[in-house]
Design a protein around this ligand. Structure first.
Ligand SMILES: [Zn+2]
Length: 112
């Protein structure tokens, strides 16, 4: 599981080289940062990204960059397991097992 603190610190200290992007699995963006690191533009952008990473809640961070089996619900971050969640047959997103409607694509689900 990726850590918000690690990502934030990487963005703050090595952000100009795109290290936080590599850490977050955004390889293409990381390479762009690396190629343009001599302009110091990536360093400036990364500084602001570090601030955004630090003010993000852990739940928001996990939902955006973390393990895809963690999903945001109105009551907070939920670890989806085979017991509680199923994959939507239409969009392959995780939905609560007894849901009648996919919250991602809106397709009708038959509870199992
Ligand atoms: Zn769906």
């Amino acid at each position: 599981m990726k850590s918000k603190t690690t990502a934030g610190l990487l963005a703050l200290f090595l952000g100009g080289l795109g290290m936080h992007k590599f850490y977050l699995g955004k390889w293409v963006q990381g390479l762009i940062y690396l190629v343009f690191c001599w302009t110091f533009v990536p360093a400036v952008i990364a500084f602001f990204e570090a601030i955004f990473l630090f003010i993000k809640s852990d739940a928001e961070f996990q939902a955006a960059y973390g393990d895809s089996s963690y999903i945001m619900t109105p009551s907070g971050l939920v670890h989806a397991t085979a017991d509680s969640h199923v994959k939507c047959p239409d969009c392959r997103e995780l939905v609560i097992k007894d849901a009648r409607k996919c919250r991602h694509c809106g397709c009708v689900l038959i509870p199992q």
